[in-house]
Write a new protein. Structure first.
Length: 744
């Protein structure tokens, strides 16, 4: 077990950071100017996964992409480890539909667990095949050989060697062996080490090519013009002023889809501002300040018993005490720092799009439906974009660029504006959760009931993922109204309770276009469950940490709770022993999760300050204990813990999409504020490694614990319970006043 503190970013770098080399266009063009020839992408074919050149350089092909989470480094470690080849001999291609296998989306915490496992088997198959070839060449049994640093050698005579590159010939030309013998964890030399990330140096120097920097010869620039009124219909367009803009090329309209195209980006921005478009507004959205009630009243498509154990009625009939509480989670958006971007080219009936989509293979299907091109005539090539944790505006920009490029027959770059990204990118659906529990005479939970109002699941795993792209609706190709699934995960009681009844109520249709946002469903459900667990501990007069341990039977779960308590120097006592009369008071709170009730374990302890006069909350410290099984790259896991924790503090304290009527009012950082550097808490991590056990995801798990840990810390400091995200000052002040602990 290793405790790591958040590092001071680039400490000591000083003024040297000002010497940034902005060679964006040259680097981006050099990186992708020549399209790699298409190759096998069948998952069961070994040559799909990797190639080896005569110099022993290995190129690995994966369908997953690195969204800034460090998975390019971790997956390279996995491949290099199984191949027994130096890490710097691995080059990785990610998310190119013409050269990489379809490994489903990059998400659901599956890049390492699923994508890494598939790659590991392929790499082990390659090592096994190369050993067999050397054995045949030397007329020796495979058992007489060994490999190291990309070289096969005779164990009894190590001077007899041959490089992989000399054995590869025209490729492997065999299937992946699903029973290939994997390395034992005791043999690992790369997996489990904090190998420096392969992308960071170029990102720090400013030389890393993003999709925003990518250029093609003769490329045009477009801005798509949309109303911020949801459901608006385009009635008339007057582009006479736009035509006067220097560099203006044309205006594109297909139904409600409208774009202006110029020969340079700034001209496109200027032209888009003077196009006069008349829109008919869509129907009003639900009243914002009544959403917690209205969401529960919306028509349901179905109800499902997520968890049913024992006799719930009997448990409540014999209860010594019952507790009820309701929780609500706001509509939020990705609010990517850089607006989405894509570049498309259409030549000779072939569409190629450079995109930051997390689901390039699924986008082939989407673009085929929208453009009516055969799927095999569409190629998507992944390039890094601005951050996303689910599908943000990248897929929309991808479709926008594709439509314009096909119409004009010229390469086209589309970049969204700030208001597009904040107002129009897909949102997380709202969430409402009602919980009730029965306690026995000893303060133990004997009954647990929950009703979770979730958006209707519109996807199924490993199927083409229909996504409600804006341009699809605008051009008359309607898609499902939201793209979410698995939102029931972590709705079930996370502890050992003898009688449980948890029901998920699937709201038939969201009123805003919905997609996944980091830890979808799990973060909302865990906020309710772990806040409620704290309320039960208070009702039982118990310490919040001890109360959780009392109701846990999973040994790894207990260990992660204990580790967090120890690292946080937790002093056992019941919560909310409010004695201070100071204006600013402090408290601590705890939250636990086992992600999906099946994989990664996390416990977070939060320490907060609350201003009892203003309701302002400041998170001072987060201590996160984390068990994701066998760690591939501990520093990468730490990156994910820190990033997820900080982002979720922002979501917990301030992020909330605003609207009035049918118009989205969250259009910039003033109307959709996010956490600033001065409010970033200290983040400490306890990494629990499990060599030899399966590797699970690390990015989506920590966020699920943050909202409840903060809510519980606010209660501990003030005796005021905040049950609605975000914890804006006005909402906290209202709770303080209700608890009689506000300062006038």
């Amino acid at each position: 077990m290793k405790t790591i503190h958040r590092r001071n970013f680039l400490q000591g770098a000083g003024a040297g950071l000002l010497l940034v080399s902005f060679q964006f266009s040259e680097l981006a063009h050099a990186a992708t100017a020549a399209l790699s020839p298409a190759k096998s992408v069948a998952k069961d074919v070994l040559d799909t996964w990797l190639t080896i050149d005569p110099s022993n350089q290995v190129t690995v092909y994966v369908g997953k992409v690195d969204l800034g989470t460090g998975t390019k480094t971790a997956l390279s470690q996995i491949a290099a480890e199984e191949l027994s080849i130096p890490f710097d001999k691995v080059t990785m291609v990610m998310g190119d539909t013409a050269t990489t296998p379809d490994q489903w989306i990059t998400g659901a915490a599956l890049t390492i667990q699923q994508g890494g496992s598939e790659l590991r088997i392929a790499a082990a198959s390659a090592r096994q095949a190369l050993l067999s070839r050397a054995a045949q060449r030397w007329n020796l049994p495979v058992s007489a050989l060994q490999v190291a640093n990309g070289v096969v050698m005779e164990t009894a005579n190590p001077s007899r060697q041959i490089k992989y590159g000399e054995l590869i010939g025209e490729g492997f030309q065999i299937k992946v062996d699903p029973k290939a013998i994997l390395k034992a964890h005791t043999e690992y030399t790369l997996v489990g080490r904090s190998v420096p990330r392969v992308d960071i140096a170029a990102k720090v120097s400013g030389e890393h090519p993003y999709v925003h920097d990518f250029k093609l010869p003769g490329m045009l620039h477009a801005r798509v013009i949309r109303s911020t009124q949801i459901g608006a219909k385009l009635e008339t367009v007057d582009d006479r002023e736009a035509r006067k803009t220097r560099g203006y090329v044309t205006t594109v309209r297909q139904g409600d889809f409208l774009a202006v195209v110029c020969d340079n980006e700034w001209s496109a921005v200027k032209a888009s501002r003077v196009v006069r478009a008349q829109w008919t507004p869509g129907p009003d959205l639900p009243v914002k300040d009544q959403l917690d009630k209205l969401w529960r009243q919306m028509p349901l498509a179905k109800e499902e018993a997520t968890q049913k154990v024992g006799q719930i009625d009997t448990a409540f009939a014999s209860a010594q005490k019952t507790v009820k509480a309701s929780y609500h989670f706001a509509v939020q958006t990705h609010a990517s720092i850089g607006p989405s971007c894509a570049v498309a080219q259409f030549e000779n009936g072939q569409l190629v799009v450079w995109s930051a989509s997390q689901a390039t293979h699924s986008m082939q299907h989407e673009l085929s439906v929208i453009t009516r091109l055969p799927k095999e005539k569409i190629r998507l090539i992944y390039l890094d974009g601005s951050g996303c944790y689910g599908r943000n505006g990248h897929e929309d920009a991808t479709a926008d660029a594709a439509l314009i490029a096909i119409e004009l027959g010229r390469p086209v770059r589309v970049q969204w504006m700030r208001h597009d990204e904040t107002a129009l990118a897909p949102k997380s659906p709202p969430r409402a959760m009602d919980l009730e529990a029965a306690l026995d005479a000893n303060g133990n939970i004997q009954g647990w009931k929950g009703d979770f109002y979730i958006a209707l699941n519109h996807i199924q795993a490993f199927k083409p993922l229909d996504f409600p792209l804006l341009s699809a609706t605008e051009t008359g190709v309607p898609r499902p109204g939201n793209w979410v699934g698995f939102l029931f995960q972590n709705a079930g009681a996370p502890y050992a309770v003898p009688n449980i009844q948890v029901t998920t109520k699937h709201v038939a249709q969201t009123f805003l276009r919905a997609s996944h946002l980091r830890s979808p469903g799990r973060i909302e459900n865990s906020f309710a469950n772990e806040s409620f667990m704290d309320e039960l501990a208070y009702a039982a007069g118990a310490d919040a940490g001890e109360f959780r341990l009392r109701h846990l039977q999973d040994a790894r779960g207990k260990e992660v709770v204990t580790a967090a308590l120890k690292a946080a120097q937790w002093q056992a006592r019941p919560s909310a022993q409010v004695t201070s009369q100071a204006r600013v008071v402090r408290g601590r709170g705890i939250a636990y999760v086992r992600y999906n009730n099946a994989i990664t374990y996390v416990t977070t302890v939060a320490e907060v300050e609350v201003d009892r006069k203003t309701g302002q909350v400041k998170v001072l410290r987060l201590v996160v204990a984390h068990d994701c099984g066998q760690m591939i790259n501990p520093d990468g896991v730490l990156n994910q813990i820190q990033g997820g924790a900080i982002q979720t503090v922002s979501r917990t304290l301030m992020e909330d999409v605003r609207w009035s009527g049918s118009r989205i009012e969250s259009v910039d950082w003033g109307t959709y504020p996010i956490l600033r550097f001065g409010d970033v808490p200290k983040v400490e991590a306890v990494l629990i490694d499990r060599p030899g056990l399966p590797s699970w995801g690390a990015g989506e798990q920590t966020p699920t614990t943050i909202p409840a840990a903060i809510a519980n810390a606010i209660f501990d400091a003030t005796g005021a319970r905040v049950r609605q995200i975000p914890f804006a000052p006005a909402r906290v002040l209202e709770a303080l006043q209700a608890a009689g602990n506000a300062i006038a």
